[in-house]
Design a protein around this ligand. Structure first.
Ligand SMILES: N[C@@H](CCC(=O)N[C@@H](CS)C(=O)NCC(=O)O)C(=O)O
Length: 221
């Protein structure tokens, strides 16, 4: 694929969902042309971007005129369209294996990421300066489940890396960069080390670090 025909990703490295889509693209190996939408400067509300995505969120994908947002939908689309046939592991075609990957993706979208956002959004944008106990417990309960998924499994949806790992790792790396204590989740600790082998890992860490710094800056010392 030439760089002119590369898929375009409207992206902000600080955003966990945006990093999730990019990490999936890197794992799949599809060339991506990145256009930064700086959310701290409200660039998502620029008219040009609103014409592409009236919901004004990143990540947003543009592929030969086809526009898609929602990070996990983007990961599924990229894996289906650009995944290599001989490497049917990132988003398996087998019905049951794919169903488990989908289950983990929905777990991230509806539980893990939501609980991370519930902690960080008020600190980043609403003047909150501490992490309240109920929110801590809520996130740790999701982490218990994640730790359980990894009990007898190298990756979150089985013995192969999938787009569930890229999505969940992008979410988790944000809160790890804030300094979350995961010492009581040994399977997660082991999996995090394996995630360092995912293509695009370093790029994800860079964005997560910026996210962590932005949150920590607003936390009461
Ligand atoms: N569920 C969406 C969440 C996307 C989202 O909320 N993106 C945020 C950044 S983390 C955003 O673009 N916010 C700007 C806005 O909504 O105006 C996904 O996974 O892509």
């Amino acid at each position: 694929m030439s760089s002119e025909s590369a898929v375009k990703l409207y992206h902000f490295p600080v955003s966990g969902p945006s990093r999730g889509a990019l990490l999936a693209a890197r794992a799949i190996g599809v060339p991506v042309q990145i256009q930064i939408i700086n959310l701290f400067q409200k660039e998502q509300l620029n008219q040009d971007f609103l014409k592409i995505n009236p919901q004004h969120c990143v990540p947003t994908l543009e592929d030969d005129g086809f526009v898609l947002w929602e990070s996990r939908a983007i990961a599924c689309y990229l894996a289906d369209k650009y995944g290599k046939d001989e490497d049917d592991t990132l988003y398996p075609k087998d019905l049951k294996q794919r169903a488990v990957v989908n289950q983990r993706l929905y777990f991230d979208a509806s539980s893990l990421y939501v609980k991370i956002r519930a902690i960080c959004f008020p600190i980043l944008f609403l003047g909150e300066t501490e992490i309240k106990e109920p929110l801590k417990k809520d996130l740790n309960s999701a982490l218990e489940f994640l730790n359980g998924f990894l009990e007898n499994s190298k990756w979150v949806a089985g013995h192969q890396l999938t787009i569930a790992d890229t999505s969940i790792y992008a979410s988790l790396s944000s809160i790890l960069a804030v300094g979350w204590d995961i010492s009581s989740f040994p399977n997660i600790q082991r999996w995090i080390k394996d995630c360092a082998t995912i293509p695009g890992y370093a790029e994800n860490e860079e964005g997560a670090k910026k996210f962590g710094e932005a949150v920590k800056k607003n936390l009461k010392k």
